[in-house]
Design a protein around this ligand. Structure first.
Ligand SMILES: [Zn+2]
Length: 255
């Protein structure tokens, strides 16, 4: 899917930079309750079959569950991170207790779309999940991490947490309509995730990690099974509470 790969180039225009700066300040929904203990969520975007299989097995073997931000329209499709999982895979994940969450239907760039288009994509994805036998998603991740003011307002009324891609911790006052997350991706991904885990422990905050494919030879947006294993084990050893994004939100009184 060429358009998908091309779209991984962010809008580098001055207008794009200004829009990204301004949108962080509008339509905010601040977290009202501080986490009592550090929490961590492992999430997978898009989500490649390797994340649905290997990623899920690694979490389940340690009694944990993950969040999969899924585009109904990408099911079974080839993307730059490998082939995406399909309806049967997502059903199996949901039955095992993982969260199947929304990433728009067609991997829409919400930084360029209208509010109506973004809202329509969320509705279409929810309908596709229902067709697959899955419950309506309650959390959302912006494709490319980008969003404009209109879509942020429209989508913010649909979901309990909307995750972006700027690194950071979720603490008292954090904007749940544009929540930070840290990528386990690229050669520095594991070290970066470990650094943010240390910060989350010290701040007693909630950290959302994300990756895409989980395989021995990962794409620039993925990680190896070994790296993911180390991070899950270290999170458990450090005393993090591991929770899906929706479970962590519920614990913080967000719904
Ligand atoms: Zn994505």
């Amino acid at each position: 899917m060429k358009a998908y790969a091309d779209a991984y180039q962010p809008d580098r225009s001055l207008q794009g930079k200004l829009r990204r700066r301004v949108v962080r300040l509008v339509h905010r929904r601040p977290l009202a309750m501080a986490p009592e203990r550090p929490m961590i969520s492992f999430s997978f975007d898009d989500a490649p079959a390797t994340a649905a299989h290997t990623g899920a097995q690694l979490l389940e073997a340690r009694g944990a569950r993950g969040t999969y931000f899924v585009c109904g329209g990408l099911a079974g499709q080839d993307v730059p991170m490998g082939r995406c999982a399909e309806a049967a895979d997502y059903r199996k994940l949901a039955e095992a207790g993982h969260e199947i969450a929304c990433h728009t239907f067609s991997h829409l760039d919400c930084g360029q779309a209208s509010a109506d288009a973004a809202d329509g994509e969320a509705a279409r994805n929810t309908a596709e999940f229902a067709r697959w036998g899955l419950p309506a998603p309650t959390t959302f991740a912006y494709p490319y991490g980008d969003v404009a003011a209109g879509p942020k307002r429209a989508l913010g009324s649909r979901f309990s947490v909307l995750r972006a891609l700027h690194p950071g911790l979720i603490e008292l006052g954090a904007d749940l309509n544009q929540a930070p997350a840290v990528g386990i991706e690229g050669p520095e991904g594991e070290a970066r995730a470990r650094d943010w885990m240390g910060r989350a422990l010290r701040a007693r905050a909630w950290l959302i990690l994300y990756t895409h494919d989980v395989r021995d030879d990962p794409s620039p947006w993925g990680c190896t099974p070994q790296a993911l294993t180390r991070l899950i084990d270290e999170a458990l050893a450090a005393g993090f509470e591991l929770a899906t994004v929706s479970d962590a939100a519920r614990r913080l009184g967000v719904c």
